[in-house]
Design a protein around this ligand. Structure first.
Ligand SMILES: [Fe+2]
Ligand SMILES: [Fe+2]
Length: 212
């Protein structure tokens, strides 16, 4: 009799501990507090400053007669707006307020501005966003992983387009094509997209923003 009672007590204890600890463990898996909220704010601030800078670079490019390069800067500025809005949504969903400190851009010659833009985009796509994605993944923050990933892949395209512009500056005086920007992920292409759906987010290419 005494032996059965002990077993029962042990079973009751196991059930009780299971009720307490299993949900606590599950919760910890879903919402690990970490650095991602700070990384989102850093990215939001970075995209806000990049957008303002590219708008200023576009004005300079038009002034120097590089009208196609001006269009590219405007397209990239528009894509950075998409990224900062995506980051802002995730920040707000985590209960915080997006904050940016927009500095007055230092505008130089268009050649130097392109070199600066390549440097910024290359850092974001090869260092900043990969680190932020790894951290968000570790914290099980799927929304942040997606927002960072969209930005990372679009920045890779920006770096490629800026390099192309730098290598063809004379040819890029004439604004003979428009640029197209995905309003969901910021993917940017030169001339009308040759695909039906965005390769990054899948939305119809017909909905891309036209930047002239
Ligand atoms: Fe970019
Ligand atoms: Fe997209």
């Amino acid at each position: 009799m005494k032996k059965i009672s002990r077993i029962r007590v042990m079973v009751y204890m196991m059930v009780f501990l299971g009720i307490i600890f299993v949900p606590a463990w599950s919760w910890a898996e879903e919402a690990k507090p970490g650095k991602t909220i700070d990384n989102l704010q850093t990215a939001y601030n970075g995209e806000s400053n990049a957008s303002a800078k590219y708008q200023a670079y576009a004005v300079q490019a038009d002034t120097e007669g590089y009208h196609k390069i001006a269009r590219l800067f405007r397209a990239a500025a528009s894509a950075e707006q998409v990224h900062l809005k995506n980051h802002a949504e995730v920040i707000k969903s985590m209960g915080a307020t997006p904050m940016a400190d927009i500095k007055l851009p230092m505008v130089k010659s268009t050649k130097e501005n392109l070199e600066d833009a390549i440097k910024g985009e290359t850092y974001e796509r090869s260092k900043m966003y990969p680190d932020f994605i790894a951290q968000a993944d570790d914290e099980n923050n799927a929304a942040a992983v997606q927002s960072f990933s969209f930005a990372q892949d679009a920045e890779a395209e920006h770096a490629m387009l800026y390099k192309k512009a730098l290598e063809n500056m004379d040819k890029w005086k004439k604004a003979d094509v428009n640029f197209f920007v995905c309003p969901t992920c910021g993917y940017t292409v030169e001339d009308r997209p040759g695909f039906a759906n965005c390769p990054l987010c899948g939305m119809p290419a017909a909905d891309y923003l036209i930047i002239s």
